[in-house]
Design a binder for this molecule. Sequence first.
Ligand code: NAD
Length: 499
Amino acid sequence: MQDIGHFINGKRVAGTSGRFADVYNPATGEIQARLALASAAELDAAVQGALAAQPMWGATNPQRRARVMMRFVALLNENMDRLAEALSREHGKTIPDAKGDVIRGLEVAEFCIGAPHLLKGEFTDAAGPGIDMYSMRQPVGVVAGITPFNFPAMIPMWKMCPALVCGNAFILKPSERDPSVPLMLAELMQEAGLPDGLLQVVNGDRESVDAILDHPEISGIGFVGSTPIAQYIYGRGCSNGKRVQCFGGAKNHMIVMPDADMDQAVDALIGAGYGAAGERCMAISAAVPVGDATADALMEKLIPRVESLKIGPYTAGNDVDFGPVVTRAAQQRINGLVNSGVEQGATLAVDGRKFSMQGYENGFFVGASLFDNVTPEMDIYKEEIFGPVLSVVRRKSYEDAVKLTMSNPYGNGTAIFTRDGDTARDFASRINVGMVGINVPIPVPLAYHTFGGWKLSAFGDLNQHGPDAFRFYTKTKTVTSRWPSGTKEGASFAIPTME
Ligand code: NAD
């Protein structure tokens, strides 16, 4: 069996802790590799390498750093098929979806090519007699990223590309479930010209995460994953004096108004509810039709579409809509939640529990389920299911639908389907959710805007990618200078003002 280690100081190295985690192929249920789990000492060795490399890199001009990103983008395109295959083998998502995972990361690398412009500071000429004032953005130093299983290419790239192009060294702690692509990304970054030590991939579990949180030389941490872990990392990282941004779980609502194009709404719910087996933080898990007539029309169209979804391994090619979920535990948890929905009185219109994938009986497949008449008290509404399960929560009015969405503790994404501009505008302006779609079910902003939720979906005040990433990965320094130096005003004991 293959052993997967770490990527330190420009090369792959084996783990030395003696601790391992199994890496599965979710389609077959077989263990395909053993992943080394780093100790605190191994993490520290990675930090020491990063500390040695960072000052030179931080002093390299931004255009040269941007050129590394340019070559990295070219290498991602050249290696797209290889990356997608490795990603699908460990994650389970289809090949087109795996390519999308790589491409949404690549787009952030492309955005980072604009670093020389984005890192420009501000300058005030003649702020006082002979005084100029300017601010500059400087690297934070050594920063770390802790990433989830569901986008093993995109999310590591959302972190590493801006961090590196801003002149930092970056320690990546990827998910234990699908570690191969993050290691391949590190190799491609090196091939693109990144000097050794600046991108260290340390695989591990809670032990290495805690070592990151407590390491005095790590100055910033970006996390993406579930809300309880986001809260833990935010609290401990901040109390250790680091700058921290953590993005957590979600429960995304899509309101369907009576005037919506019902075919468009159904297409949207099928893709956003069941794509990637529902394992997306921007998946729609609650459909909220307004009025019983809208709900009935929606259900009538949804049921046959959900029943005909094609499930299978990524090797089956383009004929598959979604693959298995990531682990046996996830499969059991999702089926358990579907059971709870039935027990708590929801109408199970399509039952995915009995689905079995012929020839892949040991794989972690879950059939598509569709619930109607879901109420906010039910576990299927309260929990982030992270599986191919869509809940229809009927509301009587637009105001009720807005109230439901607003009172949900998560605030990652939401959408409204309507033909009415006034309603859409009111919704976008009032809703307390970070990313809003109008007739768009998965409103993931493009690389040059920023990505982030509200409420329990994000902790910290800056978003991911876009201009916010350049703020998070740099410190601002403001310089006040007086030339000619011969100007003499005498000593003053009051705070300087412009009076
Ligand atoms: P997770 O929280 O289980 O794991 C995320 C990372 O935290 C992994 O690297 C993991 O090793 C580490 N981790 C797990 N348990 C830990 C512990 N007890 N102590 C310290 N570290 C720990 O999340 P996941 O299952 O990999 O990913 C799915 C979750 O991520 C979902 O909740 C999803 O909504 C969320 N997500 C959010 C966004 C976003 O931008 N808001 C994006 C993608 C995924």
